[in-house]
Structures are given as C-alpha cells and as structure tokens.
Design a protein around this ligand. Structure first.
Ligand SMILES: Nc1ncnc2c1ncn2[C@@H]1O[C@H](COP(=O)(O)OP(=O)(O)OP(=O)(O)O)[C@@H](O)[C@H]1O
Ligand SMILES: [Mg+2]
Length: 401
C-alpha cells in the first residue's frame, strides 16, 4: 500500500495553529465579562472557606453563558488554596443524575477506599456525615445541571437534613441550571432551601461575543487568517439567536474547518455563513437529546405527527404546516404509555410547550376562532425526519448504556 491515503494526516493546517483551543472541551482560563459573577460566587462561598456553613446558592443563566466554565475555574482556584476546612465537590448531574449517584460521587471524591465497596444509600450518607463531623469540615456540593436529577427533592432534603445530623461544620449546595421552568417543578420546601441566594448569568451581547471569539481565534488560528468581518458575523449570529458563547465558538471553528477542507487560506464571512447553518442544527440536535425525558417525548410526538400525514396538519396564515396542540398531547400520551411511563398532566404539558418554544425547538402560534375554537398550533423548527432519527438514536443509546 502506498502512503497516498495518509498523505493529509500530518499535513500542517494552513488555518489552525492550535485546534484544541476551539474544542468544546477546552476550559478557558481567561473568562471575559464574568469578573462580577465570579466575585459574587466567591463571596457567597466565603463563609464556607472560613469553616462556617454558608447559605445555599442557585445560579441561573441561558445555555452558553459561562456558568460551567466559571464554576470549574473557581473550583480549581479553591483547590489550590492552602488547606482550609472547606471541601468542594463539583458534580455534573447529567452523569450523576440521582440522589444515590450524587452521594456516591461525593464519597468517591473524598473517601475513595470506602466507595469501592458498594454500600447502600444509608451507609453512604452516614459515612459522609461522619467525615464532615470528624473535624468540622464544610462541604460545598456544586450540582451543575441540577434540573436533570430524577429525585431532586429527595436529594435536597437529604443534603439539608444532613446539617441537623452534623455537629460541627456542614453542607452547602450550589445549584446550576439553564431551564426556566425548573423552579416550578420543585417542592416549595426544596425551592426555599435552594434559593437562599440567587445569581443570574446574563446572555452575552454581540460585542462581548466578538471579543470572546477574537480571544480564542488569537490562540487557535494562524495569524491573520480570520477576517475581522467573519468574527463579527459569527458574533452577530450567535447574539441574535441566544447570546450563547458555545454557539459563537462553534461557528468560527466550523468556518475554519470549511476553509481547511476547501484548501482555502482565509476564513471569511462566506465560510461563517455556511458554518452557522451546520452549527445551529448540530446544537439543536444536541439540545433535543439532552432534554428531560417527557419534553423529549413531546418533541418526538410532534415529529411523528409532522411526518405522518395531512390529517393532523393545518395550514396557517404564513402557509406553513402546523399541528394542533391537542393532537400532540394525545400522541405524547400514547407514546409515554407504550413505554410504560406515566404521562404528565395537561398542565405540565403546556408548561413544557412554552419551554420548548423558548428554546427555539418548536414554534407555536395561537389560532383565531376556528373549527376547534381557540387552540395552539405547533411546528418544529427543524426537519421532522432528522429530529425523529436523532431522538430514536439517542433512546437506543440510552437503552443499551
Ligand atoms: N466569558 C467567557 N469567556 C470565554 N469563553 C467563554 C465565556 N463564556 C463561555 N465561554 C465558552 O463557551 C462555552 C460554553 O460555556 P459554558 O459551558 O460555561 O456555558 P454554560 O452556561 O454552562 O451552558 P449550559 O447551560 O449549556 O451548560 C465554554 O466552553 C467556553 O469555552
Ligand atoms: Mg453548563
């Protein structure tokens, strides 16, 4: 075999100097426009660092506003401080998505020998309490994407209750979420526990996004390759959509890949335009696959009805095909039941629809008086076939994993 098929493998890119800096896994150490938020978080944590139990904190902000990045930076900084009584556990609830898994993660962070032995929840709980109690530690539990924890009320209750079992020191919670309707799903008791303090991460505007992109372009692309107009366009697109830095960076990095593939030497507004389309779709599919279960089933129901046929469709004023909200709800109930899951009530369903609309996954519209009186009409923002495949692939993975 000749070396021909591999010839591009080690060819140096004309576009990128350090692709790593543009990867979604890269943790930036220079977080622009977030000094205020970082200072606030540290301020809330100060009592814990002094060995007093602080108050719980809830952080809200839309996707890509830097919540996880800020928190990781803070955790890293705190770990490098001289030893204090404070311990901090950063927990990604997408992975540790139940009370048991969260407690288990805390134990494996700090008592790894114990964690190997596979104890039940009561033992793990007691082990944590004793460990905190033995020298009055203060444990800060950071629950990122807290909304995906299945038995969240139980978890919050357990962590709070621990404070009455602990004689010295204590546990504080920092919850992070990007879901607007999350508050409504909590028990009033958990709500007042978690929201002792609240901090909001605002979305980035176009100028801020341009600076964030430029900073990463300087490290990740070769000098002079990226047109300033290309940076501004990527920023404007992401700002208009959502103010999401992840999207902004994804667009510029895809634009770089497109230029690379075409053997170009420049990243211009043209590559950014192409990249934006791809990036927005990719982000939408990722978002759909990470939706809470019932919201995902609702999106699935809309996709199936959109594909299935004209019986459910109704032409709106703008000539687009919409689907009756009531039909979506029935379809969703059927799907949930066929999966042995209890469907959520119509009240919940309406909340979810509002959420999905806000996230740009569906668009809704109120019909005037018509055959069925006032009703909501729903349409997917992306091709139904693709959404159907995305969700089915995701579910198959979950079933096997
Ligand atoms: N202020 C910033 N400066 C530089 N890069 C940033 C900044 N904010 C966000 N980013 C970049 O955007 C990406 C997304 O940020 P991050 O994961 O922190 O968002 P998030 O608020 O946690 O979003 P989600 O709600 O989806 O979890 C990060 O990978 C980071 O590279
Ligand atoms: Mg995050």
């Amino acid at each position: 075999m000749s070396n021909e098929p591999f010839k591009d493998l080690f060819k140096e890119s004309e576009i990128f100097s350090n692709r790593e800096m543009l990867s979604p896994h890269y943790i930036p150490h220079n977080l622009l426009f977030r000094d205020k938020q970082i200072n606030e978080i540290v301020k809330y944590m100060t009592p814990s660092l002094r060995g007093e139990r602080g108050r719980n904190l809830f952080i809200y902000g839309k996707t890509g506003t830097g919540k996880t990045s800020c928190m990781k930076l803070i955790v890293e900084k705190l770990r490098s401080l001289p030893v204090t009584k404070a311990r901090i556990s950063y927990i990604n609830c997408r992975i540790y998505n139940s009370r048991y898994r969260v407690l288990y993660k805390i134990v494996s962070d700090y008592l790894p020998l114990y964690a190997k032995r596979g104890y039940g929840i009561v033992d793990i709980y007691e082990r944590i309490i004793n460990w905190v109690d033995e020298d009055g530690k203060v444990l800060v539990v950071v629950l990122d994407e807290i909304d995906v924890v299945k038995d969240l009320d139980d978890l919050i209750y357990t962590l709070t209750r621990a404070n009455s079992d602990i004689k010295a020191g204590g546990i504080t919670i920092v919850g992070i979420s990007n879901r607007v309707s999350f508050k409504d799903s909590l028990d009033p008791r958990s709500l007042s526990t978690l929201y002792e303090n609240e901090l909001i991460f605002p979305s980035y505007n176009s100028n801020e996004l341009a600076t964030i992109i430029q900073d990463r372009v300087a490290g990740g692309f070769k000098n002079g390759v990226v047109d300033p107009a290309a940076v501004n366009l990527a920023a404007a697109i992401a700002a208009k959509d959502s103010g999401d830095a992840r999207l902004a960076l994804k667009i510029i990095s895809k634009a770089g890949e497109i230029a690379d593939e075409n053997g170009g030497k420049k990243v211009t507004v043209q590559e950014v335009g192409e990249a934006a389309k791809v990036a927005e779709e990719e982000i939408a599919y990722e978002l759909i696959n990470t939706l809470p279960e019932h919201q995902k089933l609702i999106v699935y129901a809309v996709a199936l009805l959109s594909i299935q046929g004209t019986k459910y469709k109704r032409l709106s004023n703008d000539g687009e095909n919409y689907i009756f909200s009531g039909d979506v709800y029935s379809k969703y109930e059927n799907i949930a039941q066929s999966m042995q899951k209890e469907p959520k009530s119509a009240r919940w369903y309406r909340k979810y629809i509002t959420d999905l609309d806000m996230q740009g996954i569906i668009t809704t519209y109120e019909s005037g008086k018509g055959i069925r009186g006032h009703t909501k009409l729903i349409k997917l923002a992306y091709p139904p076939e693709k959404i159907k495949n995305t969700i089915e692939t995701g579910m198959a993975k979950e079933a096997n994993g």
